[in-house]
Ligand binder design. Sequence first.
Ligand SMILES: C[S@@+](CC[C@H](N)C(=O)[O-])C[C@H]1O[C@@H](n2cnc3c(N)ncnc32)[C@H](O)[C@@H]1O
Length: 278
Amino acid sequence: MRSSGQETGDHVQTVDWVPEGVDLDRPNAARVYDYYLGGAHNFAVDRQLGDEAIAHWPELPMIMRANRAFLRRAVQYLAGSGIRQFLDLGSGIPTAGNVHEVARAVDPSCTVAYVDRDPIAVAHGTALLKGVPGVVAIQADLRDPAAVLAHPDVRATIDPDQPLAVLMVAVLHFVSDEDDPARIVAAYRDASAPGSALAICHSTQGERGDRAAEHRQFYTRTATPMTMRSRAQVAALLDGYDLVEPGLVYMAAWRPEEGLPARPEVYPGLAAVGHTSR
Ligand SMILES: C[S@@+](CC[C@H](N)C(=O)[O-])C[C@H]1O[C@@H](n2cnc3c(N)ncnc32)[C@H](O)[C@@H]1O
């Protein structure tokens, strides 16, 4: 990590959590998401993108919190169903309700491998997890399932002979059609032991296609442009998984704790949890 001047309003603040090689001049999806969630691990360039996006779509922070809440409910369900290992692909910068905390509240023996391509997300994960056995954070690209699964820290944490929950929450829309997300999801599925599961949440256009299109436009400024997908396209990614109730639905409608929202389509991410069919 290195020290770096960070502009906050009129002040320049020194931060000591910036790993070498991080591009501070280009907005980054992990840090923009952190900004939407009210986190502190973002830069002026990320906040600028976030503020512009919020000006077009004021509900964005609420939508991101709904995504994070889906992740928490999905992990609670999966740990409750007896799964004890989690592979969190595109895990992001650690924030409230981290997967290992949620899973270990159900059973302290749960193990978690966090995977993100963003060095800041991984640096914070590593710092947070220092001295926590059975939980690791690695920097890797989920588009290379063989490399992720062969990583020594993943191998030390995940037993390939035991059921595994693969989490791909708010990340597959950063994988282009060219990279063939169905192939990627299938590779993790095929490497999972019987009784494994998948939780997914994927951006879709929802009720306001115009705003979604503008939103996608903002991310062309990052290294990870967005590909929003239709319900049929997201459903096609779930091949080989038997979905638990209520199936593939808007994220706020997936087993809500406080009753079904009046208009779940306001939260335009499609979410599902399924168990492998075999
Ligand atoms: C919107 S955040 C989601 C974080 C977390 N899964 C959640 O739902 O709260 C998306 C994360 O995916 C990561 N990401 C994007 N493309 C990736 C890739 N190809 N491999 C690994 N991580 C990726 C980004 O760096 C970012 O941290």
